[in-house]
Design a protein around this ligand. Structure first.
Ligand SMILES: C[S@@+](CC[C@H](N)C(=O)[O-])C[C@H]1O[C@@H](n2cnc3c(N)ncnc32)[C@H](O)[C@@H]1O
Length: 354
């Protein structure tokens, strides 16, 4: 029933499901690598011709939107991107739903055979804000027991076929800011999803206790199963990043890869305050996420607006507009550094004062 893996990515239950995912990966590759640059060039030209300052980089988006809407190619691109996303989830769900109980049994067996590594919190109430169908995934991160299996396949398509070996998670785990004294006894990976950074961090820091924390229990159950199959001894905790079970000053480094743009803006400050509470003096905070700012090239703004409106990324515009560095400063973090990563994401790191 299990059809082995490609690197660290399991194949889907049937060959035809994998073939379909390959096809959708190619559709996505074409839309992003070949088609989008043409649309981007046209949009910049049209925005300039419409008299928008900075070719539409800094005006109110309401002024740029009519220029985008007047471009048939931009509207077709959005349709293709949305359809490809929906088709990816639908096929993966169909694939796993065929033998639903088998996959649930696998999750249960991993919990029985490797106890003490997946930490549930029966009293935890998952807020509605975390139950959106983010990226159009049916049931979101919390409401379907097979969400972890489906998320893994869906994100492999999202990563355009370039992450079968967790290459991107390895890249980002390498960016963890080390405390100046070099002591790394405990690392927390907030919003860990299926634990790809969690296991990557463990591979880099084998003597440290690594905790992946997430609000989506189905994702964590899959993360746990996956970690056991990879032989990675990591812990997973079902909790809100705003209210972790860690004691004050008990964590050496906190890592958050693409968590913040998926939480509502009222949570930004609460999460940063919680990180400050659990970090020990000299501990580090590494955030890899969407860039912050008020001025972006018009094509990036078009993509962001598409994601928010048609790809169920309701919170991301607020994170992009947030002064995240200022937020860290207001919570007394210091030595704040911000910079690019090899992808479109940005990195922000900070240190809790001694
Ligand atoms: C884009 S995913 C993160 C990807 C992941 N870090 C990785 O390595 O692939 C965002 C994750 O944040 C989780 N999440 C959302 N709100 C949260 C919260 N308030 N506390 C903890 N996790 C949260 C979601 O369940 C989801 O798994």
């Amino acid at each position: 029933m299990e059809r082995n893996s490609v690197g660290k990515a399991p194949r889907q239950p049937r060959l035809e499901d994998d073939s379909y995912a390959d096809y959708l990966t190619q559709v996505r590759n074409f839309a992003i690598r070949d088609w989008f640059p043409q649309i981007a060039g046209q949009l910049v030209a049209d925005a300039s011709a419409a008299g928008l300052p900075d070719a539409g980089a800094s005006c109110d988006y309401a002024e740029l939107a009519p220029v985008v809407d007047a471009m048939p190619a931009a509207n077709s691109w959005k349709r293709v991107m949305r359809s490809q996303q929906r088709m990816t989830w639908d096929k993966s769900f169909e694939s796993y739903n065929r033998d639903r109980q088998h996959w649930i049994d696998l999750l249960d067996r991993a919990e029985q055979n490797f106890p003490g590594r997946l930490h549930r919190d029966e009293s935890l109430v998952v807020p509605d804000s975390a139950c959106e169908n983010i990226h159009l995934q049916p049931g979101g991160y919390c409401r379907d027991e097979l969400a972890g299996f489906v998320f893994h396949h869906g994100t492999n398509v999202f990563y355009q076929g370039d992450n079968n070996h967790d290459e991107l998670h390895d890249l980002y785990a390498d960016m963890l800011r080390q405390p100046a004294d070099g002591k790394l006894n405990r690392i927390a990976d907030l919003g860990c999803s299926i634990g790809q950074c969690t296991t990557a961090l463990k591979a880099r820091h084998p003597d440290a206790e690594i905790w992946g924390l997430d609000i989506g229990l189905p994702l964590l159950r899959y993360a746990h199963l996956r970690a056991t199959e990879l032989g990675s001894e990591v812990h997973f905790q079902h909790a809100l990043a705003e209210a972790t079970p860690f004691e004050d000053n008990s964590v050496d480094a906190v890592f958050a890869y693409i968590l913040f743009h998926e939480v509502p803006s009222f949570s930004f400050e609460e999460i940063v305050a919680e990180v400050r509470r659990i970090l020990r003096p000299g501990g580090t905070f590494t955030v890899i996420d969407a860039p912050n700012g008020t001025s972006f090239p018009a094509p990036n703004r078009m993509w962001l607006a598409f994601d928010a409106q048609y790809n169920c990324e309701p919170y991301s515009p607020a994170f992009v507009a947030t002064d995240f560095k200022g937020l860290l400063e207001s919570q007394q973090f210091e030595q704040i550094e911000q910079g690019p990563t090899p992808t479109f994401l940005s990195m922000t790191t900070a240190v809790k004062p001694e």
